[in-house]
Write a protein that binds this ligand. Structure first.
Ligand code: M6R
Length: 383
């Protein structure tokens, strides 16, 4: 049942191109080129999620604030989704951990949409937060990977990710599928609310179309990452840096490593370095840096290259994750992991894949149980 892989996690990492394709299928409609509609965005394809259409366009136009609630990896998917939803739907979006949300007396009314994100659909903290929001009149939308789980049943609408069953405790394919689902929600809302330009819609639809093959290429970094993990088996601490959507992706890279390799790891917003974390940089400190595309995000790219120079000058061992063809970082990086081109907002979906492999390989190098890490359960059904 592991499909020839030594762990479920390895299998699930490799299933991501398919998980994304399945999550998107049937939600990009009306194109002229093929049945899926994705190939020819200019030919009239649009994102339409039937479960949101059922809520009524007036309901969606009435939303003046979105709160995304989730825990763990799902909360990082939420943080990434927030950038895209704000950009496309022009609604303020905040992301809160479910267990913090409930106890802060949040401001909620019928114009607030609460989007919960949960692979299992059974996480007690998230379920309680959904119920709390519902009781206060908010609209609740669930992004969930498990059909008919409690959270989607308690919600006004359920937008399922179709990643297939995820067995490993460390979430991988559910994470990228959650990002895809949140992006689809952002595109649907942007279209209905009239805030999404045709050019942005077409670019996003083209990016979705190209994503499965880009992710398949990212999966192929496995061998390179395995070698990297091999020499790093004794590492005691690893840092991850990113900007914009790369920041929550860095947090996710760090969480994976803590969960299954039991290594101290932290993710930082690269811009925050000089406000404190740069003091941690010492000779040989490994730092993964998620470098934005120089073509699609030139300003972010140059800022991250400066951050790399700053940490390199203080002795960091830099592992740069870059877009293929980006040579700006070469003089300052010890290792370079090259990924295919994607749109700026879509980068975390490919950049996270080598980080998932890294955690898996380090866990394996330490002789640990990749799928069943100590102290953790797949689904946290107690508060
Ligand atoms: O089932 P959920 O998505 O609600 O679970 C949320 C977290 O418990 C989960 O993402 C956890 O952080 C994973 N072990 C991450 O790999």
């Amino acid at each position: 049942e592991k499909g020839g892989w030594p762990s479920f996690m390895a299998k699930e990492i490799t299933e991501q191109p398919e998980a994304i394709a399945n999550t998107v299928r049937g939600r990009i409609v009306g194109g002229t080129a093929d049945g899926d509609g994705a190939a020819d965005a200019a030919g009239g394809a649009r994102v339409e999620i039937p479960e949101l259409t059922e809520l009524g366009d007036d309901t969606l136009r009435n939303i003046d604030r979105i709160v995304i609630i989730a825990c763990g990896t799902a909360s990082y998917a939420g943080q990434i989704g927030a950038y895209a939803i704000e950009q496309w739907a022009r609604v303020p979006v905040e992301v809160q951990l479910s267990h913090e949300f409930r106890y802060r007396d949040p401001v909620l009314d019928e114009r607030t949409a609460v989007i919960s994100v949960s692979q299992s659909g059974e996480t007690m903290d998230t379920l309680m937060a959904v119920k709390y929001a519902k009781d206060r009149g908010a609209l609740s939308v669930s992004v969930c990977n498990t059909q008919s789980a409690t959270i989607p049943r308690e919600s006004d609408a359920a937008v399922y990710t179709h990643a297939g069953p995820e067995v490993a405790v460390a979430s991988t394919k559910a994470f990228t599928a959650q990002i895809a689902a949140l992006y689809l929600i952002g595109l649907h809302l942007g279209r209905v609310r009239g805030t999404l330009s045709d050019a942005d819609a077409a670019a996003a639809i083209r990016a979705f179309d190209a994503l499965p093959s880009a992710m398949a290429e990212a999966v192929e970094t496995h061998e390179q990452i395995a070698q990297l993990a091999h020499w790093m088996a004794d590492t005691r601490s690893v840092l991850f840096l990113g900007r914009h959507v790369g920041y929550p992706a860095a947090l996710e890279g760090a969480l994976k490593l803590k969960e299954i390799a039991y290594i101290h790891a932290e993710g930082f917003a690269a811009g925050e370095l000089k406000h404190g974390p740069i003091a941690l940089i010492d000779h040989g400190q490994p730092v993964f840096v998620l470098v934005p595309s120089p073509r699609k995000a030139p300003v972010m790219h140059s800022k991250v290259v400066s951050n790399i120079q700053e940490i390199r000058a203080r002795g960091a061992r830099v592992i740069a994750i870059v877009e293929k063809g980006d040579t700006a970082v070469l003089p300052y990086a010890d290792d370079v992991i090259r990924l295919p081109l994607t749109d700026a907002l879509f980068e975390p979906l490919v950049q996270v894949v080598p980080l998932q492999w890294f955690a898996l390989e380090l866990s394996t190098a330490k002789g640990l149980d990749v799928d069943q890490p100590r102290n953790l359960a797949k689904s946290v059904t107690v508060e």
